[in-house]
Design a binder for this molecule. Structure first.
Ligand code: KG4
Ligand code: ZN
Length: 338
């Protein structure tokens, strides 16, 4: 087989990313984070597209340079078609189209949610790949999905959030506690020092495999408001226990649904992805589930869990093998099914 070199571009939200893959191996994986959003407590779409426009050329240049690849060696260019913020997607797709036309090489459109799942197929020392079929749990600031994966491009969403994503549940809880955005990693940090059973929060009652996190946020808000009336220093004095209890509740919500998904599908391989899979509590709980329930669990290398272009590249490589190419009239889509 000849070597395939893919340039992949990801610009669906607030990170501008480019990667070079040689077949299923990552030669470079560059991400420019947009820290500007932190001061607003969330991603501001208008600022995101502007920052993508500033970052895209330097980020692609850096990816080529780090991979030690000339653009003339590229076999194809893959880009994120959606879902995501339209203004952000347009920067990546326009750039990918122009470059593919200029180099006269194929253009490949990639579904960002498929990419989170297929990130597990990047060849990486020390990381096993799941075999088909498996269940994928994608958890990030924008997504919460359980997906049944029958094959590379045969995926079905069997459960998803009806309101907030898991990452939002972490970040909004953190905000209530007065922690800076994004607060998910801080909750994780303090939770490691606290008692997960110190405070109990009611879990939402959502039928089937779907999730809801907005009720939990409200429950936490009322709980903190009430406790602060009794003791204005309640949060400061109990931060570790509060964080541990919030994290414990979120993990229980996720685990309840995963157990149900395993029961309903009979599939015991679970592959997680998305930025929230960095959470140490979630990682430990999944590891324990291997012995406890006989599951086999997969967590990709950290840099392939948060939004990145390497995962776009691995989908690009799979599509290259089947010659699934687009013309330059392909359009970006803010919403797109699996
Ligand atoms: O995948 P990601 O980098 O960006 C997208 O949302 O697509 O995920 C970011 C989310 C944020 O909500 C952040 O608070 C959360 O992942 N997060 C964590 C941890 N690290 C990142 N949440 C809990 N524990 C963590 N260790
Ligand atoms: Zn994502």
């Amino acid at each position: 087989n000849p070597e395939v070199f893919i340039l992949a571009i990801e610009s669906s939200c607030d990170d501008t990313a480019a990667a070079i893959l040689q077949n299923d191996k990552v030669l470079s994986n560059v991400v420019a984070n947009q820290l500007i959003h932190n001061q607003y407590g969330g991603v501001v779409p208008e600022l995101a597209s502007r920052a993508h426009q500033q970052n895209i050329v330097p980020v692609v240049d850096a990816a080529l340079r780090k991979a030690n690849i000339q653009k003339e060696q590229l076999s194809a260019i893959a880009f994120t078609q959606g879902p995501g913020l339209m203004g952000s997607l347009l920067v990546g797709s326009s750039f990918a189209k122009s470059m593919a036309v200029a180099l006269q090489i194929p253009l490949i459109a990639v579904n960002h949610m498929q990419a989170h799942v297929l990130a597990h197929f990047i060849e990486e020392d020390g990381f096993d790949k799941p075999s088909f079929p498996f269940l994928a749990l994608t958890i990030s600031g924008g997504h919460t999905q359980i997906i049944k994966v029958a094959n590379f491009f045969d995926m079905t969403v069997i459960g998803e959030t009806t309101d907030d994503a898991v990452g939002e549940a972490f970040d909004k809880s953190a905000k209530i506690l007065g922690l800076p955005y994004p607060g998910g990693p801080l909750i994780d940090k303090y939770a490691q020092l606290g008692n997960p059973k110190a405070f109990a929060f009611t879990k939402p009652k959502v039928p089937g495999l779907d999730f809801s996190f907005s009720g939990l946020k409200t429950a936490i808000l009322y709980f903190i408001q009430k406790k602060k009336l009794e003791n204005p220093n309640f949060v400061d004095e109990n931060l570790n226990d509060i964080c541990a209890s919030i994290q414990h509740t979120i993990i229980e919500i996720l685990m309840d649904k995963l157990k149900l998904a395993v029961k309903e599908t009979g599939i015991k391989q679970i592959a997680i992805g998305g930025g929230v899979s960095a959470n140490s509590g979630i990682r430990n709980t999944l590891k324990e589930a291997e012995n406890k329930y006989g599951w086999k669990t997969f967590v990709p290398k950290f840099e392939y869990t948060t939004d990145n272009a390497a995962m776009i590249g691995i989908v690009g490589y799979q599509k290259f093998l089947t010659q699934t190419f687009e013309t330059s009239s392909v359009v970006s889509k803010a919403r797109i099914q699996l």
